[in-house]
Design a protein around this ligand. Structure first.
Ligand code: SF4
Length: 71
């Protein structure tokens, strides 16, 4: 399964189970509950995307909106 942006994002960590399943864990979720721990792939747009090894943040629409729920 292509990971989309998560495949190039510095916040993404690959998790492999003993049975061989592979997941992408989003480390942004540890600080911001608006991000899913295991994003449904492929992620095509994400506000939190940061190129792995880079410092830029890509413009994009946040796919996991919880912002409007906050009071
Ligand atoms: S911040 Fe977005 S692109 Fe990066 S790992 Fe999390 S969900 Fe994927």
């Amino acid at each position: 399964m292509p990971a989309g942006l998560c495949g190039r994002c510095g916040h993404s960590r690959v998790i492999r189970t003993r049975k061989g399943s592979v997941f992408r864990f989003c480390r942004k979720s540890e600080q911001d509950p608006g991000y899913p721990r295991y994003p449904p792939l492929p992620v095509l747009a994400c506000r939190g995307f940061e190129e792995e090894g880079g410092s830029g943040v890509e413009d994009g629409t946040h796919e996991f909106p919880n912002e409007e729920d906050s009071e």
